[in-house]
Design a binder for this molecule. Structure first.
Ligand code: 9UX
Length: 76
């Protein structure tokens, strides 16, 4: 059970199909200790909870390496 969860939000631009969603989801899952991954293909809004603090720069880079654009939210 997670004691404290970090609430992560970002915006991913350029997802056009369910496979794009899966690719983004794969990167997030690879972080480990994550739950409730939610990806809205329409708005590009991505959210998930994580047990550990996520290095947003690394996550951004990995998602961008898949060919998407990432916009961070200003919270946290
Ligand atoms: Mo779908 Mo996304 O054919 O990079 S996988 S558009």
């Amino acid at each position: 059970m997670f004691k404290k969860l970090y609430d992560n939000k970002l915006k991913v631009l350029g997802m056009h199909c369910q496979n794009c969603v899966k690719r983004v989801e794969g990167v997030i899952k690879k972080l480990g200790g994550v739950k409730d991954i939610n990806i809205d293909i329409g708005t590009g809004e991505v959210s998930f909870y994580s047990k550990k603090q996520v290095d947003k720069n690394i996550l951004k880079e990995e998602i961008e390496n898949l060919g998407f654009e990432v916009e961070e939210n200003k919270n946290d």
